[in-house]
Design a protein around this ligand. Structure first.
Ligand SMILES: C[S@@+](CC[C@H](N)C(=O)[O-])C[C@H]1O[C@@H](n2cnc3c(N)ncnc32)[C@H](O)[C@@H]1O
Length: 255
């Protein structure tokens, strides 16, 4: 009897200790998690301030742009919507001179080559790392291909040079995005095509709120503002498509 009593006592003591330990353990875990979150956010802010602020490129976004997920999104979603817009208008861009602005990690390059077999591809980006990544992908292809470091606000290329310009989500990084749209217009031949997709102020605000991914305030536009920018830069909007109201696709012609 005494023995059983002792056992129960030991069990209870351990149970209490166990519960106490568990509480302490959970408290510690929670405070570690809070610290981790705090540090991550602080790091994100610091990184933004220190490293790529000149490029307006947050490191979380940079990681995403280089990821296989972005490749999947580019080929299975973004390019498919552009192809659908072109198909609806009965347009075929095969064998033309194509420029890609803000080429990123080169997934745009790969899908442009696959879908349109251009006569010439030129692509540039303001970020040297992105230029290197796209250049590395060009080794698997033949033809007139050039990838270089460049700024869309002032491109070192002659006017009326290209039949088509592609821009996959770059203008929300550019404070002078209206100036950049005019530069795209300058580079296109008359009646040349401009295919651009973008995210609007609503989704940029969400990225900031939930993921702490920042973009310049001056580059947060509504669809009305972006469409006006296109018109003021000398484009006619042929067709547009909006995914969840946040991601817009635009097929334009240089007037
Ligand atoms: C959101 S990423 C998109 C990259 C790529 N187009 C894609 O869809 O994966 C924006 C890209 O625009 C580039 N960029 C930002 N400002 C630029 C500028 N002024 N001129 C050229 N490229 C720029 C960035 O370096 C980055 O690669």
């Amino acid at each position: 009897m005494k023995y059983e009593h002792n056992i129960r006592l030991i069990k209870e003591t351990f149970q209490e200790r166990y519960e106490e330990d568990q509480n302490i353990f959970l408290k510690n875990l929670f405070s570690k998690f809070k610290r981790f979150l705090g540090i991550t956010i602080m790091k994100a802010n610091l990184q933004e301030k220190n490293s790529n602020s000149a490029l307006n490129f947050h490191f979380i976004e940079e990681k995403f742009i280089k990821s296989p997920l972005k490749k999947l999104m580019q080929t299975q979603f973004e390019m498919r919507i552009f192809k659908l817009l072109l198909h609806t208008q009965g347009l075929n861009l095969s064998g033309l001179r194509i420029l890609e602005v803000g080429c990123g990690a080169g997934y745009g390059f790969e899908s442009i080559m696959k879908e349109f077999h251009p006569k010439e591809y030129q692509g540039f980006d303001i970020n040297p790392q992105m230029v290197a990544l796209t250049k590395a992908k060009t080794r698997n292809y033949r033809g007139q291909i050039m990838v270089f470091l460049g700024d869309i606000r002032k491109v070192k290329l002659p006017s009326s040079r290209f039949d088509v310009v592609f821009a996959f989500t770059i203008f929300h990084h550019i404070i002078e995005w209206e100036k950049a749209l005019k530069e795209v217009n300058r580079l296109l031949k008359p009646k040349g095509f401009f295919l651009v997709n973008e995210i609007n102020n609503r989704s940029i605000n969400r990225f900031q709120r939930y993921l702490k991914v920042y973009h310049p305030f001056q580059a947060r536009f509504t669809w009305e503002m972006f469409q006006k920018g296109l018109k003021d830069s000398g484009f006619r909007l042929v067709q547009d498509f909006y995914f969840l109201e946040d991601l817009g696709f635009f097929l334009c012609i240089k007037i």
